[in-house]
Design a binder for this molecule. Structure first.
Ligand code: UDP
Ligand code: MG
Length: 322
């Protein structure tokens, strides 16, 4: 049996009880207007609020909706990955639940896909209602990542994008952990383009991306696509060695000239501390890579699905004889 779903919309959810209904309403309106078969996959990433029940309710009367419940919170990137693994569509669109990515932009993405593009990513022209800190760190990070990687990861884009079935299959075949999905999409290649949009204010509730999760995502992005930080650690070592050698030489010359040691103990201590800091910092950078190698060797899955609601109903609806 094959299926004839055209579009799969992947929506990661973590404690989104305040936005779900509105998000569903807007997504449905846009997708109904295509007059083609679609499924909306809500990936509940271990929410502790009413998210699960609210989407469960929607599933009971809308057979275009599937709810995938994780056994706990595995993170945004894992939720997107699960959506791609489960999706049946010929084009897959990933979109945040909080309506910061306007669902109407999906129609522009679909147009580009119909023109023959296999990846259409959303490029943020403007970001509304986000803190200066968030905008500044995001802007700096995207440019830093671009400067240290050899593949072309577009700046100012999140995970809001359409990918063709071929691209989805390529991504599903990549077994890596700690995924930085938007980087992987660039890595797999294919014919890519973008549509510009204004990122809106969150519809309701708070960001589910605290600094800790942002840092993790940033390190995943860097370690997945560059080993330049490790090379830089080597250069730091060289620099530290050079400074150490020069200070030793100065001390030695002063000793000979004065026939006694005048090297200031405070100076020695601070140089030592600096060297110690550089050493530990470099070990920390190595730790970022080694931890991820450790994750790869354990080969645990990226997520665990506890249940899928509405799967049979939706799949049956779309089945066609081959
Ligand atoms: N999200 C998730 N798991 C998490 C954190 C976030 O599935 O651990 C979802 C969240 O519900 C939203 C999307 O990922 O649909 C983006 O999160 P959010 O809007 O909070 O991030 P921000 O836009 O503030 O960077
Ligand atoms: Mg958001």
């Amino acid at each position: 049996m094959k299926n004839d779903v055209i579009y799969s919309i992947v929506v990661p959810l973590y404690n989104e009880q305040l936005v779900i209904n509105e998000s569903y309403r807007r997504l449905k309106k846009v997708m109904d207007s295509t007059n083609e078969k679609y499924e909306i996959l809500f990936i509940n990433d271990g929410s502790k609020d009413q998210t699960r029940d609210i989407v469960g309710d929607i599933c009971s009367y809308d057979e275009n909706i599937k709810l995938i419940n994780f056994s706990r919170n595995f993170g945004h990137q894992a939720a997107i990955t699960a959506g791609m693994d489960v999706a049946l569509g010929k084009a897959i669109i990933v979109i945040d639940a909080d309506l910061q990515d306007p669902p109407e932009v999906m129609l522009e993405m679909i147009e580009k896909w119909k023109e023959g593009y296999e990846v259409v990513y959303g490029k943020r022209k403007k970001r509304e209602g986000e803190t200066f800190f968030k905008k500044f760190t995001a802007k700096t990070f995207y440019r830093l990542l671009k400067s240290i990687t050899s593949i072309d990861i577009p700046v100012d884009t999140g995970d809001f994008r359409l990918i063709d079935r071929k691209v989805c299959n390529a991504l599903v075949s990549l077994p890596e952990k700690n995924r930085y999905v938007r980087g992987l999409v660039s890595w797999v290649g294919y014919k890519q383009t973008f549509v510009e949009f204004e990122r809106q204010e969150r519809f309701a509730g708070e960001s589910k991306y605290p600094l800790k999760k942002m840092m993790k995502l940033a390190f995943d992005g860097i370690t997945s696509f560059s080993y330049k930080p490790l090379v830089a650690a080597g250069y730091f070592g060289g620099l530290a060695l050079f400074i150490g050698f020069i200070t030793m030489l100065i001390g030695f010359i002063k000793d000979i000239a004065n026939k006694t040691s005048i090297l200031d103990i405070g100076f020695v201590v601070s140089v030592n501390l600096m060297m110690f800091g550089i050493t530990l910092g470099c070990i920390g950078i190595m730790g970022q890579y080694i931890g991820r190698i450790f994750d790869e060797t354990k080969a645990r899955p990226n997520y665990i699905i506890a249940s899928i609601i509405n799967k049979k109903a939706v799949d049956r609806r779309y089945e066609v004889s081959s």
